[in-house]
Design a protein around this ligand. Sequence first.
Ligand SMILES: [Zn+2]
Length: 239
Amino acid sequence: MAGFRMHVTVSTALGIAYGAATVRPMGFGPETAVLATGLTAVGGMLPDLDSDSGRPVRELTSLAAVVAPIMLVPRLIHAGLSHEGVLAVLMALYLIVRYCLPQVIGRLSVHRGMYHSIPAMLIAGLIVYLEYGSPDRHLRIVLAVGVMLGFLSHLVLDEIYSVDINGIRIKLKSSAGSAVKLFSESWGANLACYAMLGVLLFLVWVDLEQNPPAGWLTGHPVATVENEHLKHVRIPRTP
Ligand SMILES: [Zn+2]
């Protein structure tokens, strides 16, 4: 199994490359690049939230306690909360994530159970997409992809490190094939994981219904701030 330090190093390097890609060729600003880099780096640590050993969980919950409330700021402002209201929500969230979440995770998880799986990766991406309530949908997608990229790098690293290269013979360790997976042995965990994925997909659908992307109803792309780049795309007129 790859160690915590290796996961952080790889996902941070990946995050820097991804952050650079958001500026060029994707055309976002440097702020987005920094956010995308940070989220990719954090994504690479997320699967080890299920680890029983103290350090990854401590580091992650401290980080999540700061990052998760900050990500919610655009939504809170959009909801019309006062300055003090926003601060109160942020403080309450910090306390919940920092002190209550580790207890819940400790009780529910088995190391390298469903936290190390493809559906868990999708859940992380969907949470970021839903939580970051920016009107710019492309930005939300970019950030969600960032966290999923980091997550995937963790799964792949765990997978590689469960393969022991011994001379020319590649011997599979007992933990091989247990990181990049769709199901675990525990049906309860599978059910909980897929139920959560289902709920999040439903929320994304509700979100899309409430703010349909430009061209969603007419079937034709419409030039808006959100898809400014389509302004130069010619749509053939039907006679
Ligand atoms: Zn792991």
